[in-house]
Design a protein around this ligand. Structure first.
Ligand SMILES: [Zn+2]
Length: 288
């Protein structure tokens, strides 16, 4: 299989809090959850957390055992928590967290795990793309995000509204009836979406942080097929670059579709990470 990826931090001078890595048979992608200015009682920070958790996950995937993906995630969360439980407060207010996507080829199947709001798209040989994401946080967030959405991105007022939004969500995080992310509680692994597909039915997989997937699932600038076409034709870096460089007022490119939304949101300075994994039968898609 062939893997290409691109990532960019929210701001050039900010540590990249995303993580991705690949082995010959698997990939992981983590989108770290943290926000400057909010209270954290972990001295290490989100970038450190995603590197530690991601490293443990890729080591678990590289193991030849048939350990299930949730078991690998659960163990990795425990290992990472053990690295700083003696020095940091790992309660729900203080623990860095991350979304997780894991993908592994296992004999003739492609196995996946998705935890929280990163998006996995499976490009299928003879069917529409299969989109896998956990929307529990988005559904709960709808009740709290109006103030943030009505402010221009990048302004102090928006930054404060975003901090308020994150604080409002915290009582729902890693709680029954709320939403789950990888943090310090290994029970989150049991809340992940898991599944598998026959490898012969899948030509490629796209792994996207919500900063990239919002192009489709929030702003409707293209559909999932269109987003996959951009990835296939231009690669993950181009997908991220086009969003970043578009000046306000420029006409939307054809691939962006016709549904113009709030431009302040389109220029959001969110972290972005995108990975495209091409499987062996990718080249044959669409051919007789
Ligand atoms: Zn810590």
């Amino acid at each position: 299989m062939q893997v290409t990826m691109a990532t960019s931090p929210a701001k050039p001078d900010q540590a990249n809090e995303d993580f991705t890595a690949a082995t010959p048979s698997g990939v992981v992608l983590l989108d770290g959850a943290g926000l400057s200015g909010t209270t954290s009682r972990c001295s290490h920070g989100v970038a450190w957390y995603t590197r530690q958790l991601g490293g443990a996950l890729i080591a678990g995937l590289a193991d030849d055992s048939d350990q299930k993906l949730p078991a690998i995630l659960s163990e990795a969360i425990k290992q990472t928590a053990a690295l700083h439980e003696d020095t940091c407060h790992l309660d729900e207010l203080g623990t860095p967290s991350a979304t997780v996507i894991m993908l592994r080829t296992n004999r003739d199947h492609l196995e996946y795990l998705v935890l929280a709001d990163s998006v996995l798209i499976l490009d299928q040989a003879d069917d529409a793309p299969l989109v896998i994401s956990d929307d529990r946080e988005a559904k709960i967030g709808q009740h709290y995000r109006a103030a943030m959405d009505n402010l221009a991105n990048g302004t102090p007022e928006h930054d404060q509204a975003r901090r308020d939004y994150v604080q409002a969500l915290r009582p729902h995080r890693n709680k029954s009836g709320g939403f789950w992310v990888a943090a310090a509680d290994p029970r989150a692994a049991d809340e992940a979406i898991v599944g598998s597909r026959s490898i012969k039915d899948v030509t490629a997989a796209a792994l996207l942080s919500d900063g990239v997937s919002r192009l489709t699932d929030r702003f409707g600038l293209t559909d999932w097929t269109g987003l996959l076409t951009i990835l296939h034709d231009h690669g993950p870096a181009e997908l991220i670059r086009r969003r970043r460089l578009r000046p306000t007022g420029r006409a939307l490119a054809p691939w962006e579709g016709s549904r113009r939304r709030d431009r302040r949101l389109l220029h959001a300075t969110t972290r972005r990470i995108a990975l495209l994994l091409r499987l062996p039968n990718c080249a044959s898609k669409g051919q007789p």
